[in-house]
Write a protein that binds this ligand. Structure first.
Ligand code: GLN
Length: 486
């Protein structure tokens, strides 16, 4: 049995039946990592010794019958999630030497569920980017084609799962950073409703948009992981105290009579022909499953990218003010005075995209420009949210492409930030409106690159979201394919 290609729910059965031990899984994953990591660069930090210890503990727990669906399952964590005693770099030089003093809530929830941490994954610096090329370290490559990007900013997490370097991974999504890399790498990526998952211990990029979620081989695993990490948390006042039904139990694949909306603004010129064709197939599948397909309108869609890049940068500029070289991270070598220490430490520590965002964000918040940009952005955000509220009066779920194209070539968009920003065109409205959404594999291009389909649901309706995806997945094998690597 090739364990490394299996989803968590299959491995759980194998662990229960003692066909394999968690220790054997960890060893198999590190063998895999050691062979192909040089090509993919999915990880920034490996935790082999710690993982073996966790696996031994898991095996003892299993022997005693103390088992959750994640006991002994090897997982990868995006390097903006704090793990006690381990580096959190956010793929930035400014956090050099920083060791987290505590676990993020999602991390402690996975820990108490018995999951095993293989390492911290590569990302765009501070989660700003769509290609992983903004990592201050070696950029991650797409396991389906090493000359292409894995998407971003959770590109390391998506590549690790796609390349069978982890069973599943956690990522964060501010404007698409779980869904877009999931789509580029052919895995399932789920952004929960804002407030569903605690952000405590996630290094903040844009606090009103950030949400943590899983990247998995299939929908069942997404349900299992969200079951484990979701829920109210005293450490995050934006987490919501709302009972969530068992998501796995909601995977019935019954969707007859369900109304699926297709926003006309999303099927625009500029969307790749192969992506459009794959989406047509998905729509046809849903029709044959008994869903009612309805055209809907989200009229403010065209303002979404601009609105996002005003609000996200504004929040980022204040969130990133804390990195000043004083208490932790990089400090410049021999500053003349305090001001120079701040300025030099930040100039040396942050990469170009992060600096660009801090400057835009500071500008839109500055007096004289605040009303024209930030306030206006907040107003448009409300309109975007209202578009969805109206749409959800007549449909139960919305279907769109995840990204306009499949994975693009490394280097292709690095000189043109605006082109890069446009790869989020279908994902960012969801964050502005705080909705749950996922990307699932729905086809391949002629060159063998995965294509992703995005589904969006009402706030806190993850059961419908996941079940709709599950119904499609049941009739297709896209989620079972693995890249030929190494
Ligand atoms: N690509 C978007 C950005 O660069 C989204 C990033 C994210 O979701 N973290 O901001």
């Amino acid at each position: 049995m090739n364990w490394i290609n299996q989803p968590a729910h299959e491995l759980h059965e194998a662990l229960l039946k003692k066909k394999v031990s968690s220790r054997e899984l960890v060893i198999a994953f590190f063998e895999r990592i050691n062979t192909i990591e040089e090509k993919t660069k999915a990880y920034l930090k490996l935790l082999q010794d710690e993982a073996l210890l966790q696996a031994e503990q898991a095996d003892q727990d299993i022997a005693k019958g103390k088992i959750t669906p994640l006991t002994g399952i090897p997982v990868a964590l995006k390097d903006n999630l704090c793990v006690e005693g381990v580096q959190t770099s956010c793929a930035s030089k400014i956090l050099k030497g920083f060791i987290s003093p505590y676990d993020a809530t999602v991390v402690s929830r996975l820990r108490s569920a018995g999951a095993v941490f293989l390492g911290k994954t590569n990302m765009d610096e501070f989660a700003m980017g769509s290609s992983n090329e903004n990592s201050a370290f070696d950029p991650t490559r797409n396991p389906w084609d090493l000359s292409r990007v894995p998407g971003g900013s959770s590109g390391g997490s998506a590549a690790a799962v796609a390349a069978s370097e982890a069973v599943f991974a956690l990522g964060s999504d501010t404007g698409g950073s779980i869904r877009q890399p999931a789509s580029f790498c052919g895995v399932v990526g789920l952004k929960p409703t804002y407030g569903r998952v605690s952000r405590y211990g996630l290094v903040a990029f844009a606090s009103s948009l950030d949400q943590i979620g899983p990247l998995t081989h299939d929908v069942t695993d997404a349900a299992i992981v969200l079951n484990a990490i979701a829920g109210d948390d005293d450490m995050d006042s934006t987490s919501v105290d709302l009972a969530m039904p068992d998501l796995r139990a909601s995977l019935t694949s019954k969707i007859a009579g369900m109304r699926i909306g297709i926003p006309k603004e999303y099927f625009i010129e500029g969307i790749d022909a192969e992506v459009a064709a794959a989406l047509e197939q998905v729509i046809a599948s849903y029709r044959s499953l008994g869903a009612e397909i309805k055209e809907i309108s989200l009229p403010h869609t065209r303002y979404a990218v601009a609105t996002y890049y005003i609000l996200a940068t504004a929040e980022a500029s204040s969130n990133l003010a804390r990195f000043d070289g004083v208490r932790f991270g990089h400090r410049t070598a021999s500053p003349k005075d305090l001001l120079e220490m701040y300025m030099q430490s930040r100039s040396e520590g942050f990469g170009p995209e992060v600096k660009r965002r801090i400057m835009i964000g500071t500008h839109v918040l500055s007096s004289g420009f605040y009303d024209a940009y930030y306030k206006k952005g907040q107003q448009v955000r409300t309109l975007i949210k209202q578009d969805f509220d109206t749409a959800f009066e007549s449909v139960d779920c919305i279907l769109t492409p995840t990204a306009p194209t499949a994975a693009f070539k490394a280097g292709e968009k690095m000189d043109d930030p605006l082109q890069m920003y446009l790869s989020d065109i279908f994902t960012i409205s969801v964050n502005l409106a705080g909705l749950p959404a996922l990307s699932m594999p729905c086809g391949f291009t002629e060159k063998g690159l995965p294509i992703g389909c995005q589904l969006i649901a009402r706030p806190f309706d993850e059961p419908t979201l996941l079940n709709t995806a599950y119904a499609f997945e049941q009739g297709h094998d896209f989620h079972l394919r693995r890249p030929q690597l190494g």
